[in-house]
Design a protein around this ligand. Structure first.
Ligand SMILES: *Cc1c(COP(=O)(O)O)cnc(C)c1O
Length: 396
């Protein structure tokens, strides 16, 4: 196994053990200079000429290819833009259009609420008997039948880290004639993904989690290449038009994945992400996976040994988990605030989940042991039992 540790590529504040890279990745060292370069040398000096001269207009596809390489997507099948929620809408709306004789979108209760809300909104807009059906994650396979137009799932559960099996689930859905949309929010940069091999029609994801693109970094969308010239983009914005600068009064979708672009790309964010993607050069996702599992196993073992107050909420079998470990604790919110106060940063997901992300590019076994020592101190000495830790922040 090749070493994937490259802490020196990231800014990690003194005294912090960062176990929340599954929510917002840390800043790669080279990002500020790149963004500053884009501001001072491109925006300031080139002005409008930057769109051509600095290649701004091509960035959504260029960065899409860099992301695509990490998730097993062929060149030219991924494009960046907007946020993940918007990309979920586009993928879902396009997918529904591919099965006009069916009316049900199937998802699960472990999906991230935004994906479900977007589906709800789409179903409300379509009317005509469309419905969103959600079942328990373990019951998805048996709920797939010939009424299902689209199966929309997130590979890794944001709360527990429980992982769906992409390829067999996609095969099952296809056998029933459904179209499949995978959300890779907690997969891209976390574990190996073989999008082409899974044969799914659509995939979407975000880049501020394991890909370290920065807060609000653009989302991505993948369309299986054989369908990309047929998919209806749903959000038919001018930059997805075949010839935006013809300024036609009618919409003609662009070629291939380009049609999934909507409006003007956020160049500063795109530059930050493009620079952040360089951290992955020479990294094999199989090595990242092996290192992540080793850290997670160590964490579970040490927490269960030293901190009996916490109950494992994630699957015990590492093959069934993504790259995070969650524990249940009734006062989990306060406990997490106490940890954060002591430099161990994870997060909390209602009602009682304490979530810890494992990112072997900048975490090692020593960090895991040091984090567990702090967790033990907070839990054994009830340091969380402080009114100040019980006041809920806007972001948990
Ligand atoms: C993080 C996450 C989101 C967030 O969507 P944004 O539009 O980027 O805010 C959506 N879906 C899933 C599955 C997520 O994990």
């Amino acid at each position: 196994m090749a070493d994937v540790l490259r802490k020196e590529r990231f800014i990690l504040p003194e005294g912090v053990i960062y176990l929340d890279g599954n929510s917002l990745g840390p800043m790669p060292v080279d990002v500020p200079a790149r963004v500053s370069g884009v501001m001072n040398e491109e925006w300031a000096q080139m002005l409008i000429r930057g769109w051509n001269k600095a290649g701004w207009m091509a960035m959504p596809s260029d960065v899409g290819n860099a992301v695509g390489r990490l998730i097993g997507a062929p060149e030219g099948s991924v494009v960046m833009g907007d946020t993940l929620s918007i990309k979920v809408y586009q993928a879902l709306a396009s997918a529904v259009k591919m099965r006009p004789d069916r009316r049900v979108i199937l998802s699960d209760t472990g999906n991230f609420p935004s994906d479900l809300y977007i589906a709800e909104g789409l179903v409300g807009l379509l009317e005509q008997g469309y419905a969103l059906k959600t079942v328990e994650p373990e019951a998805v396979a048996e709920a797939i039948d010939d009424t299902i137009a689209v199966v929309m799932l997130t590979e890794v559960d944001y709360r527990t880290g429980r992982k769906h099996e992409m390829k067999p689930m996609t095969e099952l859905a296809h056998a029933a004639g459904a179209v499949v949309v995978w959300d890779l929010a907690h997969s891209a940069g976390a574990l190996p993904v073989d999008l082409a091999g899974s044969n799914c029609e659509f995939a979407v994801g975000c880049t501020y989690k394991y890909l370290n693109g920065g807060p609000g970094a653009p989302g991505f969308i993948y369309v299986r290449p054989d369908l990309a010239d047929a998919a209806e983009p749903a959000l038919s914005g001018w930059l997805g038009h075949r010839a935006p600068f013809d300024f036609d009064l009618n919409y003609t979708p662009g070629r291939g994945i380009e049609r999934m672009r909507v409006g003007t790309p956020p160049i500063l964010q795109m530059a930050a992400l493009q620079e952040a993607m360089k951290v992955w050069e020479g990294v094999d996702m199989q090595d990242v996976r092996a290192a992540s599992i080793a850290l997670q196993e160590q964490f579970i073992e040490e927490v269960e040994r030293d901190v009996p107050q916490l109950t494992l909420a994630s699957p015990r079998d590492s093959a069934k988990r993504g790259s995070q470990v969650s524990f249940r604790f009734e006062q989990g919110y306060a406990a997490m605030q106490a940890l954060i106060d002591r430099g161990v940063i994870g997060d909390f997901r209602a009602p009682d989940i304490m979530r810890f992300g494992f990112t072997p590019l900048y975490l090692d076994a020593g960090d895991v042991s040091a984090a567990v020592a702090v967790i033990r101190d907070v839990m054994v000495n009830k340091l969380w039992d402080d009114e100040a830790y019980k006041v809920r922040n806007r972001v948990t």
